[in-house]
Design a protein around this ligand. Structure first.
Ligand SMILES: [Zn+2]
Length: 513
């Protein structure tokens, strides 16, 4: 049966044109048919022509294209699971304390937060699942089932890590470097993660075959990071991406330690290294990219490679400040990712836009700092281009997917807002999750008046809470102890890891944001 509705606004922001300009329609409305936008115009005109079509929205909301969280991993945050914020390389170790969680409920948990802040599509980068291929695949399916049930659009990938899983060193060498009493528990931690490169590729093929044709689901590839991928893995992932025209999302130079790692491995920058495998281009998105050099960024721009900026995460894990203004000046396509959890330890895309908007306001009067339109574009079209959905998302135009967010204008404008304030300025700077009235994905209302239409949020969160009341299992206790015991050894591994001759000092890096 054909599902049609007319979604009505006080005003719509349909698409970003450039750094300063966007298109908007006062009293605008969208006619959607079976999840696709059929017509865009004013409500009066569309209602006159389609008088029997049911109307969504009361005319007091601002409609925006649904936002894309360009980089996401987990539901319960690391802090919730007992891992405090630390420099990334130490934080990997503290993440060992994470306990087994119900991945279906865990995925719903962050989906609740994302949708409630206006996100309709997420780039979910899954990883670290224990077990063999069959066991890992069952966990992937639970994540995908959660998005399917709640009605959210997902671009999903399972991150490939076939080496150097704990520090930037071979697993066996690291175990051998440890005091004898830590070798057994560390080896057992490695042994839980059983996937080898052929298993990862078989996993991708199976997920792709079973899920990629679904309307709201796409399966793509994820080389987890340079240090985590062997040359064989890079080669295989590059070939598969090209053969199937499937995008990749790869963490790259998130920290200065990773920049050093690349020079130690290949005598070139991380970007130059993956360039050897033909991995650059519009199918590749680099997660973070904090420590890309100026010439790296030139190459990113020239090849049409995308970057996903994870602003809050970079602050929290002391990764540094990504040179966003340089990315922009060189014309790089940039997405915005909340990553593990934003600055408020939740998944609030409206907050993350403001984070990116404010973090790069360097002194001076030149037009080189983020604009409202630019940041909004990162959260919509920029993010969409890092997923297989591409330009079907991120703008309100005929033929595009009917993924829409309705924000209460009163929440933004009450008790007063100067009438000359530009619409998108007001929305981006003042829009809050509590003002998100309705969220439409694929033409379907999935969230309205603080309620999810398909899933009972309260029941799911109570179930998640109850499932975590049991005592830790023996292996969970062992990993918890191990995480504490390993920290000094990992810290020692990275002492003097950074070659000062090749790197500007940390304090100078902040001058080129
Ligand atoms: Zn990440």
């Amino acid at each position: 049966m054909m599902s049609t509705s007319l979604i009505r606004s006080r005003a719509m922001v349909t698409k970003v044109l450039d750094r300063e300009r966007w298109e908007e329609i006062a009293d605008g409305a969208v006619l959607q048919e079976d999840g696709a936008i059929a017509e865009v115009g004013t409500f009066d005109d569309l209602q006159r022509r389609f008088p029997t079509v049911p109307v969504v929205g009361g005319g007091q909301e601002i409609i925006l294209p649904g936002m894309v969280n360009g980089h996401h991993h987990v539901g319960l945050t690391p802090v919730q699971l007992g891992s405090p914020d630390m420099p990334l390389e130490l934080w990997f170790v503290t993440r060992m304390v994470m306990r087994r969680v119900n991945l279906y409920l865990d995925t719903l948990y962050s989906a609740f937060e994302m949708i409630a802040s206006g996100v309709t599509t997420v780039q979910h980068i899954h990883g670290w699942a224990p077990g063999n291929q069959q066991q890992v695949e069952a966990q992937c399916d639970e994540v995908l089932r959660a998005y399917d049930d709640i009605g959210m659009r997902v671009s999903y990938c399972f991150a490939v890590r076939d080496q150097n899983r704990l520090v930037y060193q071979d697993d066996a060498e690291f175990v051998a470097s440890l005091p004898p009493e830590l070798r057994g528990p560390t080896q057992r931690w490695y042994d839980r993660l059983q996937l080898k490169l052929p298993d990862y590729m078989a996993l991708f093929e199976s997920l792709f075959a079973r899920h990629n044709a679904k309307r709201r689901t796409r399966i793509q590839l994820a080389p987890a990071n340079l240090h985590w991928c062997s040359d064989a893995a890079l080669q295989k992932l590059a070939e598969t991406s090209q053969a199937l025209n499937v995008p990749m999302h790869m963490h790259l130079v998130e920290t200065a330690y990773q920049k050093s790692y690349a020079y130690r491995r290949g005598g070139v920058s991380a970007l130059e290294y993956i360039d050897r495998f033909g991995m650059l281009g519009p199918r590749m998105t680099l997660g973070h990219g904090v420590w890309l050099s100026e010439s790296d960024i030139d190459r990113v721009a020239a090849t049409g490679t995308c970057i996903c900026h994870n602003c809050s995460s970079n602050f929290r894990l002391r990764s540094g400040i990504a040179p966003l203004n340089c990315f922009t000046a060189k014309g790089v396509e940039v997405a915005l990712g909340i990553d593990e959890a934003g600055i408020n330890d939740d998944r609030d895309m409206l907050q993350e836009m403001r984070m990116a908007l404010r973090a790069h306001r360097v002194p001076g009067m030149d037009d080189n700092v983020p604009t409202v339109a630019q940041v909004f574009n990162m959260a919509t079209r920029g993010g969409a281009r890092t997923t297989p959905f591409g330009d079907t998302l991120g703008a309100i135009e005929p033929g595009a997917a009917a993924d829409l967010v309705l924000l209460d204008w009163k929440q933004i404008s009450f008790p007063y807002l100067d009438p000359e304030t530009k619409l998108l300025d007001a929305v981006v700077q003042r829009g809050k999750a509590q003002g998100v009235r309705t969220v439409v994905c694929d033409g379907e209302v999935i969230y309205h008046q603080a309620r999810f239409t398909r899933v009972d949020r309260d029941a799911a969160l109570i179930e998640l809470h109850n499932e975590l009341q049991n005592a830790l299992a023996d292996d969970e206790v062992e990993r918890r102890k191990l995480a504490h015991a390993l920290l000094p050894h990992v810290k020692a591994f990275y002492r003097d890891y950074i070659d000062p001759a090749r790197h500007e000092p940390f304090y100078r890096q902040s001058s080129r944001v």
